[in-house]
Design a protein around this ligand. Structure first.
Ligand code: CA
Length: 529
């Protein structure tokens, strides 16, 4: 009897042990993943320096939680997205460059092109105005197949209004909070019902869906999304599955409405260290930025409270460069439009660095380097990487983090690369080409806001403008602000990079802009001397 009891106990102990081991293996190979994707956040919209020395912008904005994240993780100073929202978001979802996935501009209504109308060249005839659709290969679908519970919170802007792709749950998300086809909230304020009762312009409603329990309350959308995300994370931890959260804030996109609880930091003040009064709109913008950062901190705190901090990885980035072509006002340098991302030139929608260079940080919520899952995906604390990365890299990178065994269909060609090795070895750098293709007029006149293709390769960047059929060449390492066009003096470099770009575009099944008068496509014209 006693022997039998002993055997039983041993069997139970063995069973418990093996269950424990199994759980440990699963946990160690599949961490939770939070992609914290800010909308329209510029490279300089933070107190965290992405330059060697802090800039006047770093002294103005207050993002303490980004600083904390960078202290325990790695920040990338040369991270890129594409020039506007939907192309970047679809690149994240598919791992493909916009040249290939053909959602080359922001989407609104299927069949309608909302590119700007000035200049000789218009949008390609068959760009995917419907946006991403359920038939496409998507990151969250592959994560689902790999055992993940997938959540989207906030702005989606993947597919056009009235299409299945407008709803994130049709694209691989188990949960969707407040995401739909629109690229901006009609209002950030609960008092205004997040814009649901505002007039619909051009048949395109922008009231934030759901969240009705917060209507008529003095709450800000960023805080509401944070609260809802925390609820969904708590639920996710009870599913027994690892989770992926696409925390995609509507902030800091227009309308630039105040995040009231942070306004006192800026109201009636001058820019730090200057006698320049902070204009009204910039007070509001800074409050939106700080509110977004507070959300990051709140989520980190919540993950710690749930006991999953050691096993949750966070990637922070933005979907395009900071807005600077309209709406914004005087900067901490006393300058005006197209200078809000200084030392980068121009902003969202532009071919210049201000259009595409974005903040990027990755860290564990809590560093526990001896744990198996963190050993597999080691991140060097408080480190800086100059490796050039781009938003389509998120797809293979996140699949690598997830230790995904999901099969990617052969015909689905990836343009992004897995960058996890650069998290562990920030000083390691690999040279790779990054292609930017925006065959549209974004809207305003200004530096780089016209149909263009561009390529970054090593220290160099080449830009082609379809309207003027003009090439520019910059050495970004020496000339971060793209002030000195070297095309006239470095002809062999220009010809090599122009030819390379043209070839890469063709290999990705490029759609060229179309001449508005002749209706003919307008391919790149290579430089000739
Ligand atoms: Ca955006």
């Amino acid at each position: 009897m006693r022997l039998l009891q002993k055997c039983c106990l041993a069997a139970v102990a063995m069973a418990l042990f093996s269950t424990g081991c199994q759980a440990q293996v699963e946990q160690s190979t599949q961490p939770n993943i939070v992609l914290f994707l800010v909308d329209d956040m510029g490279w300089q919209d933070t107190s965290l320096a992405f330059t060697d020395e802090p800039t006047p912008f770093n002294r103005h904005f207050k993002t303490p939680n980004m600083e904390l994240m960078a202290a325990q993780g790695v920040r990338f100073t040369q991270a890129y997205s594409h020039a506007v929202c939907s192309p970047s978001r679809v690149s994240m979802m598919t791992g493909q460059n916009p040249t290939r996935h053909h959602v080359s501009n922001w989407t609104r209504l299927p069949g309608e092109d909302h590119s700007g109308k000035w200049g000789p060249n218009g949008a390609p005839t068959h760009w995917r105005t419907e946006g991403l659709q359920p038939s496409d290969v998507t990151l969250p679908k592959l994560l689902q197949q790999s055992g993940y519970y997938t959540m989207h919170v906030g702005k989606a802007h993947f597919g056009a209004l009235g299409t299945k792709g407008g709803e994130p749950r049709n694209l691989g998300f188990d949960v969707n909070v407040a995401g739909h086809s629109a690229g901006a909230p009609a209002s950030y304020w609960g008092e205004k019902n997040f814009g649901n009762d505002m007039p619909v312009i051009d048949g395109y409603p922008q009231g934030v869906p759901g969240l009705t329990e917060y209507h008529q309350k003095a709450v800000h959308l960023t805080d509401v999304l944070t609260q809802r995300a925390k609820q969904e994370i708590t639920k996710a931890t009870k599913t027994g599955k690892p989770f992926f959260l696409n925390m995609a804030h509507y902030a800091v996109h227009t309308p630039i409405e105040s995040h009231q609880r942070f306004m006192h930091e800026y109201t009636g003040k001058t820019y730090a260290g200057t006698d320049i009064d902070i204009p009204d709109i910039e007070e509001k913008y800074a409050s939106l930025v700080q509110g977004m950062d507070a959300s990051l901190g709140d989520l980190m705190t919540h993950l710690k409270a749930l006991g999953v901090a050691d096993n949750t990885l966070v990637i922070f980035t933005s979907d395009n460069g900071g807005l600077s072509g309209h709406t914004r006002q005087t900067t901490p340098r006393g300058t005006e439009l197209n200078s809000h991302n200084w030392p980068l030139n121009s902003g969202k929608g532009s071919a210049f660095e201000g259009g595409t260079r974005v903040p990027y940080i990755v860290s564990w919520v809590n560093n526990a380097p001896k744990l198996a899952q963190q050993k597999r995906l080691a991140i060097t604390p408080n480190s800086v990487s100059r490796q050039q990365i781009i938003i389509e890299d998120l797809f293979p990178t996140i699949l690598a983090v997830a230790n995904s065994n999901a099969k990617i269909p052969k015909q689905h060609i990836l343009d992004g690369i897995d960058v996890t090795k650069h998290w562990q070895n920030p000083s390691s750098e690999q040279t790779r080409a990054m292609v930017f293709h925006y065959p549209h007029v974004w809207g305003p006149f200004g530096p780089g806001y016209e149909p263009h293709s561009a390529m970054r390769l090593g220290d160099w960047k080449v830009i082609y403008y379809y309207n003027s059929r003009a090439w520019q060449l910059y050495n970004i390492k020496d000339d971060l602000s793209e002030r000195y066009d070297l095309a006239p003096t470095h002809r062999s470099k220009l010809e090599a990079m122009a030819g390379d770009l043209n070839q890469r575009l063709k290999q990705m099944d490029v759609q060229w802009p179309v001449n508005r008068v002749t209706g003919k496509v307008e391919p790149i014209m290579l430089p000739h001397y």
